[in-house]
Design a protein around this ligand. Structure first.
Ligand SMILES: NC(=O)c1ccc[n+]([C@@H]2O[C@H](COP(=O)([O-])OP(=O)(O)OC[C@H]3O[C@@H](n4cnc5c(N)ncnc54)[C@H](O)[C@@H]3O)[C@@H](O)[C@H]2O)c1
Length: 373
């Protein structure tokens, strides 16, 4: 017998996961949930499903074993705590915690509460960070484990997404997510408060955590989005952090929302024996003897749910995330992207923003320990 899952949030992102959960061999029952009833009806009929729910509260009163949250970022923290309190395993889209207001101090408190509640409950919490299952991250993680980098000296990671990118306008995303509550004062969110796509690559490849960070911000002249006259008070459309890792490596982490580039979630890893480089020319492996192109299309062959391996965006990561979450619930074990990993991906960005408000002051990054097996 498999598990019963509720999928909450049928917006742009959550909709892409319906067929993956529905088609997973260990999912016996799938309930689709959104406060927008028309959206629930549309998705049920589109996928040949028949179980719907009108709110998370209602869903938590049913017999589902696990809840997968694809709701707005600022809802994650409170909704995850509600799921755990109701005895449900929980998957959360990124970021694990998000505050529209303030410098991030409250968000760090919320990280603390999240970890403590997962520890208290003994339930599965998994963060759906797509970068962890991108082929380049999997490739580098395997080469790091094999010792091919030698000692990792330096890394670079970045999430570049201009707010007016033709492929995905962040102005439209923000207004869709806030819906009727949208107000111009909600514009100008902090780039470093969405750091997990970039930082997760470094943490997971190096198997190390960030110990301290120094960051600076760039305020674009005459910016109409990052005005400072908003609930976040933020003026920075671009932020760059210099990071010390617990394995002694240095990392440069860049979050850009004002950038003349079509968009990128990417990284480079520099080791004493080998390097992973990636740019418009494609991914390469280098040593002192030269370089070779890498075919990342053949990297991941380990997906147990092979029937769904061809589906999914964000570098083909979606089916891997779903498979890992479902299996960790079924096997009652700590998932590959646990709550302790989640806060290691997030806290460095929150502290980086605090540093950029203090002109690059070096600040210690809190840590909640290694994943508990
Ligand atoms: N690469 C990635 O990992 C990636 C990419 C895109 C989005 N995301 C994340 O996915 C999440 C969703 O993004 P989106 O663009 O689809 O947002 P969205 O606003 O389009 O969708 C959110 C949906 O959740 C529903 N919802 C909210 N609270 C609810 C409740 N209590 N009960 C039932 N339904 C509820 C809303 O009605 C809405 O339909 C965000 O947190 C975002 O950060 C991650």
């Amino acid at each position: 017998m498999g598990i019963k899952v509720g999928l909450v949030g049928l917006g742009q992102f959550g909709s892409a996961f319906v067929s993956l959960f529905a088609g997973h061999p260990l999912v016996d029952k799938l309930v689709l949930c959104d406060t927008r009833s028309a959206r629930v009806a549309e998705m049920l009929s589109g996928h040949g499903l028949d179980l719907g729910s009108g709110s998370l509260d209602e869903l938590l009163g049913t017999d589902v074993d696990a809840v997968a949250l694809f709701t707005q970022p600022w809802r994650h923290s409170r909704q995850v705590l509600a799921c755990l309190a109701a005895g449900k395993h929980v998957y959360s889209a990124v970021p694990p915690v998000y505050r529209a207001d303030g410098d991030g101090a409250v968000a760090l408190d919320e990280c603390d509460a999240l970890v403590k509640e997962v520890e208290r409950s003994g339930l599965v919490y998994m963060l759906g960070e797509t970068t962890v299952y991108r082929a380049e991250t999997v490739y580098c993680r395997e080469r790091a484990a094999a010792g091919d980098f030698g000692e990792i000296v330096y890394g670079e990671c970045e999430y570049w997404h201009d707010i007016d990118a033709p492929s995905c306008s962040l102005r439209d995303v923000a207004q869709t997510r806030w819906g009727e509550s949208w107000d111009q004062h909600l514009s100008g969110g902090v780039p470093m408060h969405y750091p997990t796509h970039a930082m997760s690559s470094m943490v997971s490849i190096m198997g190390a955590r960030v110990t301290k960070v120094s960051a600076l911000g760039f305020a674009c002249s005459g910016d109409d989005w990052y005005t400072g006259e908003t609930v976040s008070g933020n003026r920075f459309g671009d932020q760059v952090a210099f990071v010390r890792m617990s394995n002694r490596a240095t990392v440069r982490h860049m979050e850009s929302r004002r950038i003349g580039h079509p968009g990128r979630e990417g990284m480079r890893v520099i080791g004493t024996r080998g390097c992973f480089l990636d740019d418009v020319g494609g991914p390469k492996w280098t040593t002192v003897n030269g370089w070779e192109r890498i075919d990342l299309g053949v990297v991941r062959t380990d997906l147990a749910a092979a029937s769904v391996a061809h589906q999914g965006g964000h570098g083909g990561s979606h089916p891997y995330l779903v498979d890992e979450f479902v299996r960790s619930c079924y096997e009652q074990r700590t998932p590959a992207i646990s709550v302790w990993d989640a806060v290691r991906f997030l806290a460095p960005g929150i502290v980086a923003h605090m540093s950029s408000l203090r002109d690059g002051e070096w600040l210690e990054v809190p840590d909640w320990g290694d994943p508990v097996p």
